[in-house]
Design a protein around this ligand. Structure first.
Ligand code: ATP
Ligand code: MG
Ligand code: MG
Ligand code: MG
Length: 559
């Protein structure tokens, strides 16, 4: 490709709206342009990178038994109503209506769609397992679209869904994907880490995130050098001492409250019944004691009444506080560390164990003693979230902290969607059973940003070779060097190398700057001095190494 005929609108100025290096560099290198918040056009250089990433992803998905399809982006509301997610998904879902007033959304993910498709097609266990994937735009109306294509509202995702007969099948599918993801990120030339992830409100199932390691990443990772344990900070658990100095959940004796009905709770909170994820509520005369509500963010736990005295009620969504008639600051989401919520990190297991032994009197009950009533095992897991320096649960070594960008996420779903959508197959024993499912996502466009975030310097991008838009850039410094440069360009191109030949009538300084900025891995400079000696100056962008190669040997050495 000749630079003079190619469209790379580089910018000298650092765009003011960009915070992250990757965002700045993608704008400056002429890769992306913003159309609206979180919505971007990909220019030629970016498109080349995306295609490279997609190719690697496709090869590995196919190798792992995946079959590529293309599902609709516009999805009817009905299927989302059937799983309850039309309401649960909240404001992150882009919704629209057709001319007849029917509801649709732009797919933020495709569990409903793929399950509905297959339920009508796949009848027998003989057709399983199935691993179906697509690569396509996804739409999420992110509350804070930022960092360019890293957290966009329209972005490219690969999503695969596995359908198996039984748990063993699911485990095989999951392992195949885990391995495929490891191969993909390795082949992309990225430093990454698979970490255990919180499976969210679905509970109980296994999930891993693949993180590209970068200090500016939004995700916090805790890992152990001793045994290789790694988890994100919403999941990582710490080993706790056997005894606690002081109980953090003090046992209280309170008059036994009546149990509230779902109707009472929903009327009081003014939320839809589907938003209540725990239907165990107690009320005193004027207030409820424990309520779990699914909010827009995550799992929001709202506790009222005397529990307000507990030390862990910190920052809260104002809207909820208002609904409950409480001062902001007294109710709060659990597990959202970044919002300044103290996540019970210090709670000691022993405290809980002791408390559980409390006795009950007539018409009174002890609070903070009753597993399932006052807290659940899941709540308990949250209570032991680890921080850097805590002992690793597996080997006792202190946990380290680092940051990353979530580029992939794999998840054992079980029968959540197949049950809700009545998607069954006839098993060998003649019984109709719901598919056992898994889902596996990769942020294609996010990988591009993450790769830059991990590999750049003050001069620009340093593309890992496998996903670089071009492999080699040739600079002809002046008119007299063009013939030699042209010759190298032709030879390399003929040999199948992807070459960008800077044949522009620009000053050498401009060419060097642009070459560094757009980050092509190997730079060949044909300048007057080296050419006079029959040589070309070679520079490796990633390492900064430079040397000279004889003109006659260029192609052989590049290959
Ligand atoms: P995040 O925690 O960053 O919001 P997520 O957990 O909501 O991501 P998933 O539902 O797991 O995302 O989607 C699968 C993959 O899609 C993610 O691992 C990520 O690589 C990519 N992805 C998710 N949201 C975005 C976005 N807004 N912009 C670009 N890529 C995204
Ligand atoms: Mg998200
Ligand atoms: Mg995530
Ligand atoms: Mg995720």
């Amino acid at each position: 490709m000749r630079y003079s005929q190619y469209y790379i609108p580089t910018l000298r100025e650092v765009p003011s709206e960009a915070e992250l290096d990757s965002h700045k560099l993608m704008l400056r290198a002429g890769m992306i342009r913003k159309a609206a918040a979180g919505i971007y056009s990909f220019l030629p250089l970016a498109q080349r990178v995306l295609k490279k990433i997609i190719r690697i992803v496709e090869e590995e998905m196919d190798r792992a038994g995946g079959m590529q399809v293309l599902l609709p982006i516009v999805q009817p509301a009905e299927i989302w109503h059937q799983t309850g997610r039309w309401d649960v998904y909240g404001d992150e879902m882009f919704r629209l209506q057709d001319r007849h007033g029917r509801d649709f959304c732009l797919g933020p993910t495709h569990e409903e769609m793929i399950t509905t498709l297959l339920k009508n097609e796949v009848r027998s266990y003989r057709d399983l397992p199935l691993r179906i994937y697509q690569i396509q735009n996804k739409y999420r109306d992110e509350i804070r679209p930022r960092f360019g294509v890293m957290r966009a509202r329209e972005f490219i995702m690969k999503d695969l869904y596995s359908f198996d007969r039984d748990e063993e099948g699911l485990n095989r599918s999951y392992e195949a994907m885990y391995e495929a993801y490891t191969r993909i990120f390795t082949r992309c030339g990225l430093k990454f880490r698979a970490v255990e992830a919180d499976s969210g409100a679905i509970g109980g199932e296994v999930s891993h995130e693949f993180m590209v390691l970068a200090p500016a990443g939004e995700a916090v990772i805790l890992y152990c050098e001793g045994c290789n344990y790694a988890a994100n900070d919403e999941k990582a658990t710490a080993a706790l001492p056997e005894t606690a100095a002081e109980p953090l959940l003090a046992v209280e004796k309170v008059a036994t409250p009546n149990q509230a009905t779902v109707a009472e709770v929903t009327a009081f909170l003014k939320v839809a019944p589907e938003k209540l994820i725990k239907t165990l509520f107690y009320k005193t005369e004027s207030e409820f004691i424990a309520v779990l509500v699914r909010g827009d963010d995550d799992l929001n736990e709202i506790k009222l009444g005397n529990l307000l005295n507990q030390p862990y009620w910190l920052a809260a969504p104002e809207e909820i506080a208002e609904k409950l008639g409480l001062p902001v600051g007294y109710v709060g989401p659990v597990g959202l560390k970044e919002k300044g919520v103290k996540v019970f990190a210090d709670l000691r297991i022993q405290t809980m164990k002791n408390a559980i032994c409390g006795a009950n009197e007539q018409d009174f009950h002890l609070r903070h003693v009753n597993l399932e009533r006052d807290f659940t095992v899941d709540t308990f897991a949250d209570l032991r979230l680890a921080k850097a320096g805590d002992a690793c649960v597996h080997c006792g070594q202190p946990l380290q902290e680092t940051r990353g960008v979530e580029v992939g996420h794999i998840f054992k779903l079980g029968t959540k969607y197949s049950s809700a959508l009545n998607a069954t197959f006839r098993d060998e024993d003649g019984v109709e059973k719901p598919f056992i499912m898994g889902c596996y996502g990769i942020g294609i466009s996010r990988i591009m940003a993450a790769a830059i975030e991990q590999n750049n310097d003050e001069n620009g991008i340093k593309w890992p070779l496998p996903i670089a838009p071009f492999q080699v850039i040739i600079l002809a410094l002046g008119e007299e060097q063009k013939a030699a440069a042209e010759q190298i360009y032709r030879e390399l191109t003929a040999a199948g190398v992807e070459v960008l030949y800077d044949d522009r009538d620009e000053r050498p300084g401009v060419k060097f700057k642009d070459a560094d900025l757009i980050g092509i891995p190997l730079r060949l400079t044909v300048g007057p001095k080296s050419l006079a000696q029959g040589e070309v100056e070679v520079k490796v962008r990633m390492t900064g190494e430079d040397f000279r190669w004889p003109l006659a040997e260029i192609t052989a050495r590049v290959l």
